[in-house]
Design a protein around this ligand. Structure first.
Ligand SMILES: C[S@@+](CC[C@H](N)C(=O)[O-])C[C@H]1O[C@@H](n2cnc3c(N)ncnc32)[C@H](O)[C@@H]1O
Length: 334
């Protein structure tokens, strides 16, 4: 069974990890803190006319660091702008529908219709599990980000015509507590398991996805379970998922990014981006199309020219990786 505490290869006593994670939330030095007794007196968004509550809020806010204040203001701005943005989006959608109706253009299934696609009725049988056993390696902020990425995976899957068979494993501890903030998740069309993926699936069926693997995945197989590490670590625990797969004797593989794209940065993607790529490929897109669509511009991904040199390299990797993954296009049916 997978323990909820993984020890990274480069940091046996955990001291590096702690210090680096704490740094993320580090307070600014006291002298840098802003005294703001008079700040915002004319700001109706913050202060009411009740002077006692003003005093109270002033004293509370005086304990905020500059960075916290900046975040607070940014959040307020966003909350004020949100309804305007929603209204703009609604209007745009209305115009699009009207244009389609007038020009006899078929828009495809609506978002509402797609929400009714259930995993049980999906033509896609590829299983994807997000392994949430990394609670102890993330601070609160990282846990929050991890759950946000999971929410996005869910939302992408429920809008897909043929959703992936979606599992969330080791669903307990802090990740579960964070998820509980989102009431309604209980009704999601997702298989939640408190146990580890190793307790749920046959180990022969498992392929742990990791950018550190030497095995290049070229096709997704319906009899396999692709495990994504539910870890937001900003590269702190480089190679950890690869190490875990090796220790457990599980197959592992990386997405074939290098086969199609040149990247400015490392090929480590976020949980939701990996999920989205898998979803798009099972829906019939090529790997290249999926990468180009999903990867954010900051990754600096550029299509590789299909020179003989590149094709030659693919063939070599094909031979090396056939023991773990078969090189074919898109999904291999059973
Ligand atoms: C932010 S990454 C975590 C990186 C972590 N240091 C590790 O050891 O994998 C989240 C997960 O996305 C998946 N992932 C990210 N990039 C990938 C890639 N290029 N190929 C395959 N899986 C990838 C892996 O499952 C990984 O655990």
């Amino acid at each position: 069974m997978l323990s909820s505490r993984h020890s990274p290869a480069h940091d046996k006593d955990g001291s590096l990890a702690e210090s680096q994670l704490v740094k993320d939330d580090a307070e600014e030095p006291a002298e840098k803190r802003m005294r703001i007794e008079n700040l915002g007196e004319n700001d109706p968004r913050i202060f009411s006319t009740d002077t006692s509550s003003v005093d109270c809020m002033n004293s509370e806010m005086s304990t905020f660091s500059k960075r916290q204040l900046k975040r607070l203001r940014k959040k307020e701005k966003w909350l004020a702008y949100r309804p305007i943005k929603r209204a703009k989006e609604k209007l745009k959608l209305k115009q699009k529908k009207l244009h389609a109706r007038l020009n006899n253009v078929k828009l495809g299934p609506s978002r509402k219709e797609l929400k009714h696609s259930k995993m049980s009725q999906s033509n896609c049988k590829v299983r994807v599990a997000i392994d949430l056993s990394f609670d102890d390696l993330m601070n609160d902020k990282a846990i929050g980000k991890c759950i946000k990425q999971l929410l996005r995976c869910y939302s992408l899957n429920r809008r897909a015509r043929d959703p992936l068979q979606f599992y969330i494993t080791s669903f307990n501890g802090r990740c579960k507590t964070e998820m509980e903030k989102h009431t309604g998740y209980i009704n999601w069309d997702v298989n939640f398991h408190s146990e580890s993926y190793t307790d749920i699936f046959q180990s022969n069926d498992l392929i742990y996805l990791t950018s550190d693997s030497d095995n290049i995945i070229s096709s997704l197989q319906e009899d396999k379970v692709y495990v994504i590490g539910g870890l937001v670590d900003h590269n702190l625990y480089k190679g950890l998922c690869h190490q875990i797969a090796q220790e457990k004797g599980i197959s592992h593989g990386q997405l074939p990014i290098g086969e199609f794209l040149e990247m400015k940065t490392r090929k480590v993607l976020t949980i939701d981006h990996v999920f989205e790529i898998l979803l798009e490929v099972t829906a019939g897109k090529s790997w290249k199309e999926a990468f180009m669509h999903v990867l954010p511009p900051r990754k600096g991904a550029v299509e590789k020219a299909e020179t003989d040199e590149v094709l030659g390299r693919c063939e070599v990797e094909e031979e090396e990786s056939t023991s773990q993954t078969q090189l074919q296009s898109n999904i291999d049916p059973l």
